[in-house]
Ligand binder design. Structure first.
Ligand SMILES: [Ca+2]
Ligand SMILES: [Ca+2]
Length: 279
């Protein structure tokens, strides 16, 4: 576990590389889809945090809302607009509709919302260690779920995209070479060696753990970590895998070892989750 290339952002704490031993577990092949999340809402009447706040974060080029629904931008990240009426069912704003994207990953869900879904489905979120093990698909110390090179090469010499990230100049020009400006269906692009789709790119995925950059150091200090479940405190919950907004120039966190976090009540148009069985 961890980054053997030492090419992450130092503050993310992707090193040191360390050994982890995990008990057997079963994890979803793909992120939870809009159709799956809709079944949960239908069965329970659950209201997500974005619905209670009345707004959520949408990438500026993706917004589907009249101008009066745009409440403002996020400080330091002006490409995120706070859009009134954006929620899981209207992931790009009130003029968008999940029914047009039933097989896409659900987004605009907080960590709290993800846990609520898990409780209903009789499942839970993966630990960060489970997520990374599963995402690696059996390749040891690779950069990506398919190997070390970002792109493949087709027989005719053209570039083959392996995941849904950003091409062009972030955040203003996306050439959409990989076919998707925002989310792609949860089961698109080739799965990894364990059959998992889109661990790199598409949407960030919530994990169970609190995020603490120095956690790997403490794991290493205790020898082989057995089923590590993260620190007991942290500033946010772990997110892994990067999203359709990642680009080498701005956020190279579509690498397997990359780590990030967000506060548990936060939701955005580029973060979803997959689940693991309880035992
Ligand atoms: Ca893309
Ligand atoms: Ca992903």
């Amino acid at each position: 576990m961890g980054d053997p290339f030492d090419e992450g952002y130092p503050a993310d704490g992707e090193t040191p590389v360390h050994q982890v031993r995990l008990s057997e577990f079963r994890i979803d092949a793909a992120a939870v889809t809009n159709a799956q999340f809709a079944a949960f809402i239908e069965a329970t009447g659950y209201r997500t945090e974005s619905e209670m706040y009345g707004s959520s974060a949408v990438f500026h080029l993706a917004v589907q809302a009249a101008p009066e629904y745009i409440l403002g931008t996020a400080a330091g990240t002006p490409w995120w607009l706070n859009v009134r009426g954006a929620d899981w069912a209207h992931p790009a704003g009130p003029s968008s509709d999940w029914r047009k994207l039933p097989d896409h990953p659900v987004v605009q869900v907080s960590h709290t919302d993800a846990l609520a879904y898990c409780g209903w489905a009789g499942r839970t979120l993966p630990t960060e260690a489970q997520w990374e093990y599963a995402a690696r698909g059996g390749l040891e110390q690779a950069r990506y779920p398919w190997g070390d090179d970002l792109h493949g090469v087709a027989a005719d010499g053209t570039k083959v995209h392996r995941c849904n990230i950003w091409q062009g100049t972030f955040p203003t020009l996306n050439t959409v070479d990989d076919g998707f400006l925002t989310t792609a269906p949860a089961r698109s692009f080739s799965p990894n060696g364990f059959g998992l789709y889109q661990t790199s790119g598409n949407v960030w995925e919530w994990c169970a753990d609190w995020f603490l950059p120095k956690y790997y150091k403490s794991c290493l200090a205790h020898g082989i970590a057995e089923d590590p479940a993260g620190p007991t405190i942290g500033r946010g919950r772990v997110m892994r895998g990067g999203s359709y907004l990642c680009h080498d120039s701005y956020c190279n966190r579509y690498r397997l070892a990359a780590r990030s976090s967000n506060s548990p009540e936060s939701a955005s148009g580029n973060c979803g989750f997959r689940t693991v069985a309880l035992s």
